[in-house]
Design a binder for this molecule. Structure first.
Ligand code: NAD
Length: 267
């Protein structure tokens, strides 16, 4: 069993709610020190911090907007100040601003790209710099550092009415792969996680609505909507040494959503 994260420090962006909160807690449960980044929901972040402390791990809530370079510089420098090192970055923060293409404004397009894609770039830049300086500490992990880019099934499934989101997630896929190729020789592992439908704030309007929920379930061969913990356990494994030979891959955590369920009958 090599998936303990004891002695490692993780930073999870956008972890005051939803998938990020579940990931931060799971990493804390497995022994990592965790920085809980939030944009505005300080109360949410404090709750996550409380849960991690109950697992006996060290943790800290830090405010910062992933699309703002100065915030991100501060976020990583505070992380180093507090914990002295960084081993894991989970690039999780994300937003949706949906609209039919003809109604979508430039503002909506730019806002989603800024958080969902540029935010990953800004955070990864800081993390790679730190990992390269630190190098491999063999008593901690086989890798010098691990980055997980939170993507979506929409890195491969086109999504009408959400062209900004799908374009950003498609971008995340090639960002992740290109970066993985570039820094693997530094012993940095970069991978992606692509969730399917997970019940969180980002899609509450759909799963809370009876009709919306049914339509969602029709797209999931495994027959249930995911929860944050489904994704969190996959992230925890991916950043552990059990996954040490996994580099530049997207792991789909989607109950089979990418299996084209519409083709199950006929086609
Ligand atoms: P969520 O809304 O609960 O979480 C998103 C988090 O990102 C929030 O905590 C929010 O405050 C934070 N955030 C937003 N803008 C930020 C910014 N500028 N700086 C810092 N933090 C910011 O929704 P979620 O479903 O937990 O989403 C988490 C990630 O998972 C996103 O990247 C999303 O695209 C992805 N995802 C979600 C689903 C799903 O079905 N829920 C499916 C595929 C992918």
């Amino acid at each position: 069993m090599t998936n303990s994260l004891h002695g490692q420090t993780a930073l999870v962006t956008g972890s005051s709610s939803g998938i990020g909160a579940a990931v931060a807690q799971e990493l804390g449960k497995r022994g990592a020190n965790v920085v809980v980044n939030y944009r505005s929901d300080e109360d949410g972040a404090r709750k996550v911090v409380g849960k991690i402390l109950n697992y006996g791990s060290d943790t800290l809530a830090l405010q910062g907007d992933v699309s703002n370079a100065d915030d991100i510089q501060f976020l990583f420098s505070q992380t180093l100040k507090e914990f002295g090192k960084l081993d894991i970055l989970v690039n999780n923060a994300g937003i949706q601003k949906d609209a039919p293409f003809r109604q979508m404004s430039l503002k909506e397009w730019e806002a989603v790209l800024a958080v969902n894609l540029t935010g990953q770039f800004l955070c990864a830049k800081q993390a790679v710099e730190i990992f390269c300086k630190q190098g491999v500490r063999e008593n901690v992990s086989k890798a010098a550092g691990k980055i997980v880019c939170m993507s979506s099934v929409h890195e491969v499934i086109p999504w009408a009415g959400h062209v900004n989101y799908a374009a950003a997630k498609g971008g995340v896929q090639m960002f992740m792969k290109s970066l993985a190729q570039e820094v693997a020789h530094e012993k940095i592992r970069v991978n992606g996680i692509a969730p399917g439908a997970v019940a969180t704030e980002i899609n509450r309007d759909v799963w809370e609505d009876k009709d919306g929920r049914k339509k969602m379930l029709d797209l999931i061969p495994y027959g249930r909507i995911g929860d944050g913990e489904d994704v969190a356990r996959a992230v925890a494994w991916l950043v552990s040494d059990d996954a040490d030979y996994i580099v530049g891959t997207t792991l789909f955590v989607d109950g089979g959503m990418t299996l084209y369920p519409g083709f199950r009958e006929g086609g």
